[in-house]
Design a protein around this ligand. Structure first.
Ligand code: ZN
Length: 270
């Protein structure tokens, strides 16, 4: 078994059923499931399909978005996250990935307080279900509305505040490759038992779209192998999850795209 996992959003044009078949045919071992893929099919059918797929369900994506100016909105976010935890448990995902959110009116500091409060509110439910929570720091270009957690140090601070086995971090090379503290912070989260997930893709230059122009591994400037080695040296033995949002790749034949992914992966992890 290899450590290759693909996020369903990577092959967004495919149905969940088709994606699982195609992943399996190419020897991919894991899948991280995005909520839209489950919603298209319904939770029950999706669970049955995943259980019979022969693939490991690595994570469910993505909860979070806790901050909001109005308390009623924040409460809504908490309920939404609890529901996502239920769905994660139903499909057998051990982990819910969190894009924590940010409210541009309240600002970063207040947003972080609201993220902490949101995590506090959903943690008992995560514990009951046995589903972990992975705080994923996002590149600072998303600090306006997507996440007030922008470095691995900030994610580690948050995870260490809770010091709970069900809260940790997700390291995504796309968001963190530029950080000169990255290696130290990977060591730090692993020592705290908080390194829960590892996401890969590449940073294209120039990037043409802030959200949907991620690169295939090897076509950009992220030292993926070097960061992977840091993650492995820190004792991480989990999946390497390919997560590519790309208008360019979504518009091509998805089978050919998946072949490119497998080739690119094999080239890095020979
Ligand atoms: Zn990610």
């Amino acid at each position: 078994m290899n450590r290759l996992c693909v996020h369903t959003i990577t092959t967004k044009p495919w149905s969940l059923e088709r994606a699982l078949q195609e992943y399996k045919e190419r020897g991919i071992s894991g899948v991280s499931v995005w909520q839209n893929a489950v919603q298209e099919l319904g939770l029950k059918k999706a669970s049955t399909l995943l259980a019979g797929s022969g693939l490991d369900v690595v994570s469910y994506v993505r909860g979070g978005f806790f901050p909001a100016a109005e308390s009623a909105e924040r409460q809504k976010a908490i309920e939404h996250n609890k529901q996502m935890l239920d769905e994660a448990a139903a499909i057998g995902a051990p982990l819910l990935v969190l894009v924590c959110g940010a409210d541009p009116v309240s600002g970063l500091s207040k947003s972080r307080d609201q993220i902490r409060a949101g995590l506090e509110a959903i943690l008992p439910h995560a514990e009951d279900l046995g589903v972990g929570l992975a705080i994923e720091p996002l590149h600072p270009m998303y600090a306006d509305t997507r996440s007030a957690i922008n470095t691995l140090a900030q994610a580690n601070d948050m995870a260490e505040y809770f010091d709970h086995e069900k809260i940790g971090v997700a390291v995504d090379v796309y968001h963190l490759w530029w950080d000169d503290q990255l290696q130290d912070q990977i060591v730090r989260c692993s020592q705290g038992g908080n390194l829960l997930a590892f996401h890969i893709c590449d940073w294209k230059y120039p990037t043409e779209d802030m959200l949907n122009d991620r690169g295939l591994m090897g076509e950009g400037c992220i030292p993926i192998k070097e960061i992977s080695d840091w993650v492995d040296a820190a004792g991480f033995e989990g999946y390497r999850e390919v997560e590519i949002f790309s208008n360019k790749y979504w518009s091509m034949d998805q089978g050919e795209f998946l072949d490119l992914i497998v080739d690119a992966y094999n080239k890095i992890y020979k």
